[in-house]
Design a protein around this ligand. Structure first.
Ligand code: NI
Length: 183
C-alpha cells in the first residue's frame, strides 16, 4: 500500500519548479506505480510529483474514464515544444478539492518526454490528453490551474482556498515545533 499523501493548495512544494530526472532506478519505478495507485484511488486523471511531496519531473495520467481505449501513462522530463489553438474545458485538481472552473488552453501540443525505460518520445497530443499533459506540466513548474482564472472567476472559491491555506499553515507550524522539541 502506498503511503503517499496528496499535497494541497498552500503547501509550498506546489509552487516550486521541479528538478529533472537523471537516473531511472527501482525507487523511481516504484514511485510511478504508487502515484498511479494514489491517483486512481482519488479518482483523478493526472497526478504530478509535487502533489505527493516530490520535487522531480514526473507525472502520471490515465484518461480512460473519458477515453476508454487509453492506457495509463507515465511521463518523465516532459517538454512542450509547440502548441496550437485554444479551447475551454472544466478543470479541477486533486490538490485543490472543491474547485472546478473553465480554463482555456491550447488544443494541440507537440511534446517530448522520456518513459520509465528511458526511451525518448516525441509526438503530438490533442483533446483531453493534451489538456491533462498541460495541467500536469504546469505542476512541474509550480503553476496551478487557478492561476489562469480571473478575480471574478476565483471569487466563489476564495473561502475554499483560504481554508486549504490555513490547514497547510497549521501543518507547517506543527512540523516546525516538533523539530524544535526533538533537536
Ligand atoms: Ni492538478
Amino acid at each position: 500500500m502506498p503511503s503517499l499523501k496528496i499535497t494541497t493548495y498552500g503547501n509550498p512544494i506546489l509552487r516550486k519548479k521541479v528538478r529533472p530526472i537523471t537516473k531511472i532506478d527501482s525507487g523511481l519505478k516504484k514511485l510511478a506505480k504508487d502515484m498511479l495507485e494514489v491517483m486512481h484511488k482519488a479518482d483523478g486523471i493526472g497526478l504530478a510529483a509535487p502533489q505527493i511531496g516530490k520535487s522531480i519531473s514526473i507525472f502520471v495520467a490515465d484518461i480512460s474514464p473519458i477515453q476508454e481505449e487509453m492506457a495509463p501513462m507515465i511521463f518523465l522530463n516532459i517538454e512542450i515544444l509547440e502548441s496550437f489553438g485554444s479551447s475551454p474545458y472544466n478543470e479541477g485538481c486533486l490538490s485543490i478539492p472543491g474547485v472546478v472552473a473553465e480554463v482555456f488552453r491550447p488544443e494541440k501540443i507537440r511534446i517530448r518526454y522520456m518513459d520509465l525505460s528511458g526511451r525518448r518520445h516525441e509526438g503530438m497530443a490533442e483533446g483531453v490528453l493534451a489538456r491533462v499533459i498541460q495541467h500536469e506540466a504546469d505542476h512541474l513548474n509550480g503553476k496551478l490551474f487557478i492561476d489562469y482564472l480571473s478575480e471574478d472567476a476565483l471569487e466563489p472559491f476564495q473561502a475554499i482556498l483560504k481554508g486549504l491555506e490555513q490547514k497547510n499553515k497549521k501543518m507547517l507550524a506543527r512540523k516546525k515545533s516538533a523539530k524544535t522539541v526533538t533537536h
